[in-house]
Design a protein around this ligand. Structure first.
Ligand code: SIN
Length: 354
């Protein structure tokens, strides 16, 4: 057996790699980057769902799925140990820069990122826009902690390694793999608070399906991503402040004005229906726009697109619409867009393009 040395990870802190004698040249090399979440959660009792997120280190996650070592040589890197409700721009920067570094290495075939499910769709979409590689990048997680009855993390991790190790998964942008399904980063949404079948792609459906590591892809995303994106982690150091404001009946403009006072550079409206809101809220958004804040209208509805100039006069008010991006993803694209420009016509083009 010829041994392979993964010398490029030797300077990284918190690296867990398989012992050199276990590395086989015939297998692809896959990086596993851990950020925390339920997949790394532990419970004192396995049967009541009460747990502490992010406690299990990447080495233990990998060791819990010995079958994955027949698919790839795995190198684990601990990026963070947080529940994904605490995911933030600083960890995003570190994750994307580390990912970019490893994917630039010719001997690496792909990467798996373990992540809490709550905000996985945002991190997936962010990486889909800033990572300049067509190698498979797969986010995965679990709805049940590692110590629970019938934990879903081990099979999700195994399946994710299978996808990340495969040439077949190149060029699809960043993927989310969970519960035997392969989703695209732009479309995937967490839809259920408890069920292992939580991830859906409501507007466009799955990209592929898995069965114990063997998988088939059914369609390719047409929206621009990764290697064709104008956004790159190599040129972004920080992201501007963008907030999401949820529309509801009896809404006034107070929170919109408060966001402007707090220094938000952009506001995403989680609007009702086709991205709408009360007359008072629309008037406050128009005032915010006059003060230079970029306004994106998205929807709190679970599917469908928000289109221009239907019920709201976007041209007159200088608003941008989110197309099919939900408020959380619209926020990511607006943050990235504002690193390039504050011209609303250009930012609207980003929303049609990505
Ligand atoms: C989290 O998002 O970190 C907690 C929930 C989960 O991972 O399923």
């Amino acid at each position: 057996m010829i041994l392979l040395t993964l010398s490029y990870v030797t300077n990284t802190r918190n690296v867990h790699s398989m012992s050199q004698s276990n590395l086989t040249k015939s297998l692809p090399n896959v990086i596993v980057m851990a950020t925390g979440g339920t997949i790394a959660g532990t419970a004192s009792a396995g049967d009541d769902g009460v747990y502490q997120a992010g406690e299990v280190p990447v080495s233990a996650l990998i060791d819990a799925v010995p079958e994955a070592s027949s698919l790839a040589n795995l190198t684990g890197i601990q990026i963070a140990s947080i529940g994904s409700q605490d995911m933030n721009d600083v960890v995003w920067m570190q994750l994307a820069k580390e990912l970019d570094k490893h994917l630039s290495n010719d001997s690496v075939s792909g990467a798996v990122i373990t992540h809490g499910t709550d905000t996985m769709e945002e991190t997936a979409f962010y990486l889909n826009l800033v990572v300049d590689s067509d190698k498979p990048v797969v986010l995965t997680g679990a709805m049940r902690p590692a110590t629970a009855l019938s934990a879903d993390g081990p099979l999700n991790l195994y399946n994710s390694v299978a996808v990340a190790a495969s040439e077949k998964a190149r060029g699809y942008g960043v993927l989310v793999v969970a519960n035997d399904s392969i989703h695209g980063a732009r479309e995937v949404v967490k839809t259920n608070t408890l069920s292992v079948q939580t991830f859906e792609s409501p507007n466009m459906g799955l990209l592929g399906a898995l069965h114990f590591g063997s998988f088939r892809m059914y369609r390719k995303p047409l929206k621009t991503h990764t290697t064709n994106s104008i956004f790159s982690i190599r040129s972004i150091e920080e992201l501007p402040r963008v907030v999401v404001i949820f529309a509801h009946s009896n809404m006034n403009g107070d929170l919109i004005r408060a966001a402007v006072e707090m220094g938000a550079k952009g506001i995403v409206l989680a609007g009702v229906g086709n991205g709408n809101a009360s007359k008072l809220a629309i008037a406050a958004m128009a005032e915010a726009r006059e003060q230079g804040v970029v306004i994106v209208r998205s929807t709190r509805s679970s599917s469908g697109a928000v289109l221009r100039n239907q019920e709201v006069d976007d041209d007159a008010n200088g608003f941008v619409v989110s197309d099919q991006l939900n408020p959380a993803k619209a926020r990511v694209l607006l943050q990235l867009g504002l690193t390039q420009t504050d011209d609303v016509k250009t930012i609207q083009e980003y929303f049609w393009t990505y």
